[in-house]
Design a protein around this ligand. Structure first.
Ligand code: 13P
Length: 340
């Protein structure tokens, strides 16, 4: 049964489900493993991710898709089953990170642009053959003294749109991810202003590159104060300001928006998503595509030990289910505690 790109996009934001971002590059997963003092070997990366993907109940009830890294989509579990097959057998869709990471942007001190367009049509073709149904490309926008520049926003929006067009032509649903970082001391209103600017520019570039919005998913940051800001906004304010900016910028033709967690605490990421969904009706599905906010507890519980496999799965399953509830606007602190 082949699904159309529209059907894949709809399935990625199916009611009460969201995406597990497990596409950490080898450098990023090293930092995660360093935090639990686990060596960054191919086998450890395999065991850790196999643990997550074999959390069958949570995968079936709360996870619509998993973003994989190049190594992982080619990797086999201990018993020889391809990891992508373990995911597909739960009913979740395998996806793939296709960007080549960020590089310093010329003449824009402190700013970066995401690379990886060269040869992308060929890689998309290969990933389709490996079972991928969707892709991800992450652009990074930093807020600071005198930044972001229009040069940086424009270059990143253009690359995102070129990537999206290449994916669609090759048969993958593009997750369009422009991340405005929450590093820094800026307040929530500055984040709102920059996020609005970035999203306006991204949708303009998608239009100029003839991208069919019904075949895409947006993965944005929430509108939130910088981590070093003296004034941290309440959960209600984050939810309200995020929805306000999204309504101004994201056409209703986009089937779904799946947030990144970006360094928020696990429970904040869940609560914010819940509050936004509770504000409905909204023009698009609002869901999650969390990396850290889905994995932090599981990573700690596992700590690289085979005997902690079940404990790691319990921790992951709990967060997946809480976020699934939030995607449906049915989460509560009582439910958080009842299961914990
Ligand atoms: P976080 O949820 O940890 O921000 O990661 C999501 C992601 O995929 C970033 O590209």
């Amino acid at each position: 049964m082949t699904m159309t790109l529209e059907q894949v996009a709809e399935a990625m934001v199916a009611p009460g489900k969201g995406i597990l971002a497990a596409d950490e590059s080898s450098g990023t997963i090293k930092r995660r493993f360093d935090s639990i003092k686990v060596e960054n070997t191919e086998e450890n990366r395999r065991d850790y991710r196999e643990m997550l993907f074999r959390s069958t109940d949570a995968m079936k009830t709360a996870i619509s898709g998993v973003i994989l890294y190049d190594e992982t989509i080619r990797q086999k579990a201990k018993d020889g089953t391809p990891l992508a097959k373990i995911i597909a057998d739960t009913g979740a869709l395998p996806g793939i990170k296709v960007d080549g990471g960020t590089k310093p942007l010329q003449f824009c001190k402190g700013e970066v642009v995401t690379e990886g367009l060269d040869g992308l049509p060929g890689r998309v073709k290969e990933y389709v053959g490996l079972g991928a149904k969707f892709a991800k490309w992450r652009a990074v926008i930093d807020i600071g003294q005198g930044i972001p520049s229009y040069t940086c926003i424009k270059a990143n929006a253009h690359a995102l749109a070129r990537y999206a067009a290449i994916c669609i032509e090759g048969g993958l649903v593009p997750i369009v991810e422009p991340e405005v970082l929450m590093d820094g001391a800026h307040d929530i209103d500055r984040c709102a202003e920059v996020t609005e600017w970035v999203l306006k520019e991204v949708y303009q570039e998608l239009y100029y590159n003839r991208v069919v919005l019904e075949q895409t998913i947006l993965k944005p940051n929430m509108v939130i104060a910088g981590k070093q800001s003296a004034r941290q906004a309440s959960r209600a304010e984050v939810a309200e300001k995020t929805v306000k900016v999204l309504k101004r910028c994201v056409p209703a033709a986009v089937p779904g928006i799946a947030f990144l967690s970006g360094g928020q605490s696990d429970e904040d990421a869940t609560a914010h998503l819940h509050l936004m969904n509770a504000m409905g009706p909204l023009p698009w599905k609002l869901s999650f595509s969390y990396g850290r906010a889905l994995q932090a507890a599981a990573l700690k519980a596992w700590s690289g030990k085979a005997e902690n496999f079940a404990a790691g799965q319990r921790a992951f399953s709990h967060r997946a289910k809480m976020n699934g509830l939030a995607a449906a606007g049915k989460w509560s602190e009582q439910k958080e505690k009842a299961v914990a």
